[in-house]
Design a protein around this ligand. Structure first.
Ligand SMILES: [Fe+2]
Length: 460
């Protein structure tokens, strides 16, 4: 468990919307909680790696320290309030991340010299923070008739944006040499734990509600609307995520070398990149190790395996199964045998430390099944927490989708048939992002995500 918290982990932060209106004080507290956590994440790194690019497909680290406050002023101060902000040149430099298909597509914007130095980045960030904090308390950041400020959309967009980036920053930090990172004081590694006994549960045909109603959530991203009910035919699903121990059977059976388990595209990727095991594993002197955020550990048998969509799909095919659809995930997580639906797998109580491994409870996973109080009505474990769950569903808009005024490219640029939906949460997904309608998405060969899976099968 670690101490990376702005709040007591036992109580939930106050919602930034109460009685239908923005709670300015709660929004300010959330902003400060975000900024403090981001600062802690950057402080874990040695100065020497500040201009490095731990994932070739992403920007160098310096970009992100400027991007977080830069995005906030671009969204709230410039787009929302229509004012000029801090430094037009830096706001432009720090405006956008990248998601190219391959390394050739990741055009570097220049070497170290092309980026401002750390002191300048921090000065810029301080100026942004000052403007944002003042705006949250005093400016008209919630205004009917102004699209970016309608229901305080810009405020929630910037707050959730920073919280989401904290997770993607940690994917990057994960790839840095261990010597470049310092574990926060008082932090201890996750316990190993044995794999739980796997079993399947049959879920009868029924309905699932996907998406959210605009009046029932404080905020949702554009891809979460509109709410709609779908019929889900009967299926079977594993009660636990696939563990490292289970995935090792696939590796040992030669699964990575057998084209029967892969689509043509996925097998071509395996061969082109010489993929032989999950990105989070390493082999030394015949022994398998787990590359954690701060340690190299003997492979923890009971932890959920973290893999790409391609690897998850191959394993499932080898087992005579498949990945669940997004709708099946919803039914497994939020449906009940009585036909009703819950807000969370465990019921209506807000997420806390007893329900799952999320909200920066640790840097790495814990054993599958470690949170029985978080199981769904069907007795399915870890649906929210301990790793995002891959689905077989291609990321696409729901009926009624409209791009959000505060961030119109957020989802729309990714409706290209090249990304798959993930649901749930990882150990480093902030509590504020945990809601049934939240959707995550990645390319099928992107191997750095804290993403696991479980097997499903259709029933007659
Ligand atoms: Fe961003």
């Amino acid at each position: 468990m670690n101490s990376l918290h702005g709040t007591d982990p036992s109580d939930s932060p106050r919602s930034a919307r109460s009685a239908g209106a923005l709670d300015r004080q709660a929004a300010l507290e959330w902003y400060r909680r975000n900024r403090a956590r981001s600062a802690q994440l950057f402080d874990m790194l040695s100065e020497g790696c500040y201009f490095s690019r731990p994932i070739a497909l992403r920007n160098p680290i310096v970009f992100y320290e400027g991007h977080l406050p830069g995005f906030s002023v671009n969204t709230l101060i410039k787009k929302g309030l229509g004012r000029s902000a801090v430094d037009a040149r830096l706001e432009e430099i720090f405006a956008r991340g990248i998601d190219p298909e391959d390394e050739q597509g990741a055009t570097p914007r220049g070497g170290v010299g092309a980026w401002p130095g750390r002191h300048a980045v921090r000065q810029f960030a301080d100026a942004c923070d000052h403007l944002i904090e003042h705006a949250l308390l005093h400016d008209p950041v919630e205004r009917a008739g102004v699209p970016v400020l309608e229901r305080a959309e810009g405020v929630f967009t910037m707050l959730e944006h920073e919280a989401m980036h904290q997770e993607t920053l940690l994917y990057m930090w994960h790839r840095l040499p261990l010597a470049d990172k310092t574990r926060p004081v008082g932090d201890v590694p996750s316990p190993q734990g044995d794999p739980p006994a796997q079993r399947r549960v049959a879920i009868p045909g029924g309905t699932a509600t996907l998406g959210a109603r605009r009046d029932e959530v404080a905020f949702g991203w554009d891809n979460e609307f509109e709410a709609h009910v779908v019929h889900v035919p009967a299926f079977e699903i594993d009660v636990h995520d696939v563990t490292n121990a289970a995935f090792l059977e696939f590796v040992d059976a030669g699964g990575y070398g057998d084209p029967r388990w892969w689509t043509d595209e996925d097998f071509a990727w395996v061969q082109r990149h010489g993929v032989r095991h999950p990105q989070f594993w390493e082999q030394r002197d015949g022994a398998w190790l787990w590359r954690g955020q701060f340690d190299l550990l003997p492979l923890p048998a009971g932890w959920p395996v973290y893999v790409s969509h391609a690897e998850a799909s191959a394993f499932a095919r080898w087992r005579g199964a498949r990945l669940p659809t997004e709708a099946e995930f919803h039914r497994a997580a939020y449906g009940t045998p009585g036909g009703g639906e819950r807000s969370y797998p465990w019921g209506e109580a807000p997420p806390d430390r007893t329900r799952g491994h999320f909200d920066f409870a640790g840097w790495d996973p814990v054993a599958a099944g470690a949170f029985p109080a978080g199981a769904s009505a069907w007795g399915i474990h870890d649906l929210v927490g301990n790793g995002w769950e891959w689905t077989s569903t291609v990321f696409a808009p729901f009926d009624g989708f409209r791009p959000m005024p505060s961030y119109p490219e957020y989802s729309a640029e990714f409706f290209d048939g090249q990304h798959y939906v993930l649901k749930g949460a990882s150990p480093v997904t902030a509590r504020e992002l945990i809601r049934a309608s939240f959707r995550n998405w990645f390319r099928p060969h992107y191997p750095y995500v804290y993403a696991t899976f479980r097997c499903a099968r259709s029933l007659p």
